[in-house]
Design a binder for this molecule. Structure first.
Ligand code: PEP
Ligand code: MN
Length: 375
């Protein structure tokens, strides 16, 4: 499946000359001084392409600081006038969109708590109809690719073609070092569905902790993401929201300076030849793996038929335990991780069981009919 989005490349709506593209600014606009002073320091680093700030803050519990509100839009205007940095804010309602447009905000984003709700996303999309402004869509809080895709489609269907996705990680029940689990495979799946859609990584909300921002940023660049959105505050220790994950503009510049920029392709012929040769080997092995899996399934089908003829249940737990044990030991000896081997075997086993169940439950008349339809 491919996603059919009508979008313009990133460089048509944001200065991407600096590498990597960085959007930075405080989690929340708190005071005029805090915002404007942070903006100046960020602009002085020469590494930032746009200024972000939360004006309306979605908070889990009531009674916390819920954003400074519309007055912050005036402060953003001043920050932009004095630094030349285009501005970016989160919008969560049609009214937010209206106010942001009136105030001349340059880039809007849909927050993770909004992306989960198609009513909210549609309301934002409706308010954007007929407007030419870049919009970035954060992934939903829960690990659901379809919700992310759906939100992008709704915004795109409203005529927004300056579109990007922001990967900010996903809520997870399991304890981990991260505030939001990156679940990189979901971002990769989005990239596979829509290769032309820029993905910007938000290492601040993934890590929840300033010490991990460099690590996550590097990983995002290595996965060929197009930019970073990083929270930066003139004095993070007194920030009103997300204090632990914000960095000073100087620390931000240091993080960016330490990132290695690896290109998806390079021009050095010798390196490319070596890479091509290794990829060739991988292609051949993948073909063999698929061929062998197909052979394994054909044998599983035969076993299914045999079990059916002899009235034996499909699943024999003892046999499955034995497979798992033996193969995991073998794989371990070949330096494959236990978790990977178990997942792989479970996938193979589930497919075999599914096919055997189909064989078991197909009557002879049914099988004959199937043969006819496939003939
Ligand atoms: C934010 O960017 O400050 C924010 C609220 O992020 P998210 O929607 O990713 O939680
Ligand atoms: Mn934040």
């Amino acid at each position: 499946m491919k996603l059919n989005l009508n979008i313009q490349p990133l460089h048509t709506w944001i200065k991407t000359g600096k590498e990597p593209l960085v959007i930075a600014g405080p989690c929340s606009a708190e005071t005029e001084d805090q915002l404007v002073a942070t903006a100046h320091l960020l602009a002085q680093t020469g590494k930032v392409s746009a200024l972000r700030a939360g004006i309306w803050k979605p908070r889990t519990r009531p009674g916390e600081f819920e954003g400074i509100g519309s007055i912050g839009l005036e402060w953003l205007k001043r920050a932009k006038a004095e630094t030349g940095l285009p501005t970016a804010i989160e919008v969560a309602t049609g009214k937010h969109v209206e106010e942001a447009l009136k105030a001349g905000v340059d880039i809007l984003w849909v927050g993770a708590r909004s992306t989960v709700n198609p009513f909210t996303v549609q309301e934002i999309a409706d308010a954007l109809r007929g407007v030419d402004i870049p919009v970035m869509v954060k992934n939903p809080v829960n690990p659901d690719l379809s919700l992310w895709v759906g939100a992008l489609e709704r915004i795109n269907n409203a005529g927004i073609t300056k579109l990007a996705a922001i990967h900010r990680g996903f809520s997870s029940y399991e304890k981990s070092a991260f505030r939001n689990e990156p679940m990189w495979d979901i971002a990769i799946a989005l990239k596979t569905l829509a290769p032309e859609l820029p993905i910007i990584n938000d290492p601040s909300h993934i890590s929840g902790n300033r010490d991990l921002i460099g690590y996550i940023s590097q990983k995002a660049l290595d996965l060929d993401m197009q930019g970073l959105m990083i929270e930066s505050h003139i004095d993070p220790s007194v920030a009103w929201t997300d204090a632990k994950q914000q960095v000073t503009p100087a620390a931000l510049a240091d993080i960016i300076d330490h990132l290695a920029l690896r290109k998806p392709e390079i021009r050095n012929a010798e390196v490319n030849d070596k890479l091509a040769e290794l990829r060739n080997q991988i292609d051949k092995i993948d073909d063999l793996v698929i061929q062998k899996i197909a052979e394994r399934m054909q044998i599983a089908d035969k076993i299914g038929q045999y079990k059916k003829d002899n009235n034996i249940t499909i699943l024999q737990v003892g046999r499955w335990d034995e497979i798992l044990q033996k193969r995991t030991n073998y794989a371990k000896a070949l330096k494959l991780g236990d978790e990977f081997t178990e997942k792989l075997l479970e996938l193979l086993h589930a497919e075999s069981i599914g096919r055997q169940t189909a064989i078991m439950n197909t009557s002879e008349a049914g099988q004959a009919a199937e043969k006819l339809t496939h003939a």
